[in-house]
Design a protein around this ligand. Structure first.
Ligand SMILES: *Cc1c(COP(=O)(O)O)cnc(C)c1O
Length: 226
């Protein structure tokens, strides 16, 4: 069982991140509350997620179905919004379409079609982001900046998906300046696509090591694990 120290430390940590986000919104002249915090709960126990829920956090990200499955089942009674942020495999799309509200990591037409076809009729359309690979050949997930508009157009047409935005997981950069240059490229693409696809409102970028740079470059959703 979790003891009281755990409760305090998770609530304190969440509050510290929230305060830091608010400070960066101010520093970079972003409207207050324009950045939402997605708590990445991978490798966290059900008890710890529950402590975060009790501290007011309701958006959680998981990156493997096998790991997420027992947690989602155990936490069914809570109004949690689950986001799938990990690598998508064709044989897991059904479960993900059934159990998650969002998928940030769509990077092929085939996966997008499967998610749309498998989204249960009684649920609202699945919110999806297109994952863009900003590092070229260095990472496998995500489409290139050049390919993104083509896949975006296809995703926007799928009836059971709601195309919400773009996501990236860049290679860790050393300094804020360097990190900003990378995020800036996704931000430019996002603003260009937004004129074409009015449903876009989400720029999912920034993790614990680089969320200052992401907020500076217009992130609307940061994904924080630590
Ligand atoms: C683990 C993970 C995060 C959180 O990373 P931290 O460095 O722990 O903040 C964010 N996004 C994705 C896709 C992840 O897999």
């Amino acid at each position: 069982m979790a003891n009281e120290d755990d409760v305090i430390s998770i609530a304190d940590h969440l509050n510290a991140v929230r305060l830091q986000v608010a400070a960066y919104e101010k520093k970079y002249r972003r409207p207050s509350h324009s950045v939402t915090l997605l708590a990445v709960s991978k490798q966290q126990s059900v008890e710890h997620i529950l402590q975060a829920v009790q501290a007011g956090q309701l958006m959680f990200g998981e990156n493997y179905w096998q790991e997420a499955r027992p947690k989602l089942a155990a936490l069914q009674a809570y109004p949690i919004e689950w986001h799938f942020i990990g690598p998508l495999q064709a044989n897991k799309t059904q479960k993900i379409a059934e159990h998650f509200a969002w998928v940030h990591s769509v990077d092929s037409e085939k996966l997008a079609r499967r998610l749309s076809e498998q989204r249960p009729a009684h649920l609202p359309p699945l919110n999806v982001c297109l994952q863009v690979n900003l590092d070229g050949e260095a990472s496998k997930s995500g489409v290139s900046i050049e390919e993104a508009p083509i896949l975006a157009a296809k995703m926007a047409c799928l009836p059971r998906l709601m195309f919400r935005g773009l996501m990236c997981i860049p290679r860790p950069g050393q300094h804020v300046t360097q990190q900003r240059q990378v995020f800036h490229r996704l931000s430019i693409l996002y603003l260009a696509l937004k004129t074409q696809f009015p449903s876009l409102d989400t720029l999912s970028m920034g993790m614990s090591q680089d969320y200052e740079a992401a907020i500076a470059e217009g992130a609307t959703c940061i994904r924080i694990g630590k």
